[in-house]
Design a binder for this molecule. Sequence first.
Ligand code: NDP
Ligand code: 2IT
Length: 453
Amino acid sequence: MSSKMHIDKILNSLEEMSPGQNEFYQATQEVLLSLLPLLESDSRYEEYNILERIIVPERSIIFRVTWIDDSGKVQTNFGYRVQFNSAIGPYKGGLRFHPSVNLGIMKFLGFEQIFKNALTGLQIGGGKGGSNFDPKGKSDNEVMRFCQAFMSELYKHIGKHKDVPAGDIGVGAREIGYLFGQYKKLTGEFDGILTGKGLNWGGSKARKEATGYGSVYFAENFLNKYDKSLQDKKCAVSGSGNVAIYTIEKLYDLGAIPISCSDSKGTIYHKNGIDLSALKAVKEIHHGSLEEYASLSCECEYIPLNKYPKDGHAVWHLPCDIAFPSATQNELTLSDIKALHKNGCILVNEGANMPTTPDALEYIKSNKILFSPGKAANAGGVATSQLEMSQNASMSQWSFEEVDIQLRGIMSNIFKTAYETSVEFECEGDLVSGANIAGFRKVADSMIEQGAV
Ligand code: NDP
Ligand code: 2IT
């Protein structure tokens, strides 16, 4: 059987084995198809059935989370932790609290995390977790009781050398604090079992900034390769959470102009540049919406969802040089990329996980638009989480500058690895193939060396 037929067979069987997991099929399809040149050049991966093994999580834990809301009623949510692959290190990956969370979303994120973590060059395996709990509109006490209930089950499955969760959508400093407090109460151990911790109790400086900063460092490396820079570039950023805020901050540092941000309800267009302190005040302090930002900042335009275009976000329909999708999966569609292309966009740099739809990605390839895949461009967050684990192991805390220098070096190495692998496989500049092949090769070789486990 040819390698292509082998891949197709695996992808078909996946849909039969795990029905209704569209995001997971999308992620596996993209990775497996891009491995074709590697599989054709080295028969070991098929000989050892690596593809069949790597698409199945080592363990998926699903649990009930019951907690008491402010009116005294018992509420029930699903909790998940997918421990996908530990070939190169303990499971590592974030926790997402969002009503859309289900097993398919957890598996897509966990699967992507395997290759992302391998690309960092650090010893971390892939995992992901979360809940369909929606922190929006909940009081602090409700969020605390939910986090305590969630950790009351999760603590049995994690450990500093076993599985180390962190934040993702809906899980920031507040949630990590409540989760850590409950772990400590249940086990009596002050252990580095989570990253993204508070700076007074084991957190790493620059972890909060790391995903956004890393995404911009990655874009800088890519542009420099083609004798371009970020200086004076108009950048459309989506999202207004952790990744978007620190993308905007670093874009200003490097001389670019971030002209937008968005949330699930609308887009802010600020031609002369987003007001970063207003954005931080609205999002990090009040946990408010962008309508509130618009009321503080008179020079900007607020465009509600579905006003323009009729069925989506205005953020990709603004004139810009570079797009930084930093909100969520499948947020940048075929009609969005056509609008970006028409408006002169030269690079799409993924800060979020899998924000570009497959047809938009096809368009990007055929029109030779530069493209940084999320598993490479947003790896700065998890890489800095590993730096936090190192600091915890030696009970030390490095300076902000020290962590930032390491982050910059890691992002530049990830770019180099993905780019050089694309050259090795005769698709120069195709970083989707470069990143997937480089990440896969490291994990797959380790699986072969460790035998059939
Ligand atoms: P946050 O929860 O801090 O922010 C998420 C942002 O995305 C919010 O502005 C939210 O708006 C917006 N958003 C969510 N869903 C939608 C939607 N359907 N349409 C439009 N906007 C939406 O999360 P993060 O910033 O941490 O994560 C953003 C992305 O980056 C995710 O894909 C995550 O997996 C990825 N990522 C995060 C890392 C990290 O370290 N935090 C590391 C690597 C990747 P609203 O508030 O209205 O819901
Ligand atoms: O998607 C991701 O890489 C994250 N949410 C960060 C994971 C981590 O362990 O820091």
